[in-house]
Design a protein around this ligand. Sequence first.
Ligand SMILES: [Zn+2]
Length: 316
Amino acid sequence: MALVETVRGPVDVDSLGTTLMHEHVFVLNEEVRRNYPGDWDETARIDDAVAKLTALAARGGQTIADPTVLGLGRDIGRVQQVAARVPVNIIAATGLYTYNEVPLYFKFRGPGAAGLDPMAAMFIADITDGISGTGVKAAFLKCAIDDQGLTPGVERVLRAVCRAHAETGAPITVHTHPHSGTGRDVVAILQAEGADLTKVVLGHSGDSTDLDYLTELADAGCLLGMDRFGIGMSPSLERRADIIAALCERGYADSMVLSHDAACYIDWYPHDDAKAGNYLYIHEHVLPALTERGVTAEQLEAMLAGNPRRYFTPPG
Ligand SMILES: [Zn+2]
């Protein structure tokens, strides 16, 4: 039996079922929250997350992969309190989210002339020993590249992620910015580092309508994260669905995963719940739109369950 770590402990990968591959529970600036808590109510926020994930389970969602890492306010203790009360597996991540520089904490703990980047050692410890004494183990790695491209900080994190992937076999999810073609920069570094590209999700690929770009990355072996449904970002639902259907028609159903990039609570957007998203949007709107466009039940099953199961199945 192949096991994958979740916030509640290890489960059989075959039991993951319908898996949304990029959903946050909480996205916060913890330093701001602690100093300027405003109307933050810990109990109410946890209850709200429990309600939203319970509703997802009622629609058939069984697992979410939560790529909330350093830079996004990861607090595993808070997520544990949610996980204990919902019939949904939550898979935790390790890594670092930056579009440019690394935090000063890391700047002055740089990689030595030889040896392992201390950042990579931290990621590895989250996967092998657990996160900050909770016993919860991360099961995938997360980093980011955006329109600023492959800055020295972004490249350092990506290479540290690759080192941790090589050491542990944990799969990788990268926030990319398709409009600046950054998926290609990521693939180049991953290939140079000898990463297993079949264990890589290029997140936010669904923002692209460029079939040449998308098939190039899929042909390299990567999974395309078609993952910003219902959070008010361009392109529209219809256009995103057109692209997924076109890729399915060309034989790429095994190269895509679906998600919302929603959060129960995100502090980036003041007074705008719509941007936090809705975990039910795929079941309510996306699956019907894909079916209408000729995507088969088997292809949906691949994107929602088969591909996530393959991604989280440990090597060897
Ligand atoms: Zn995200």
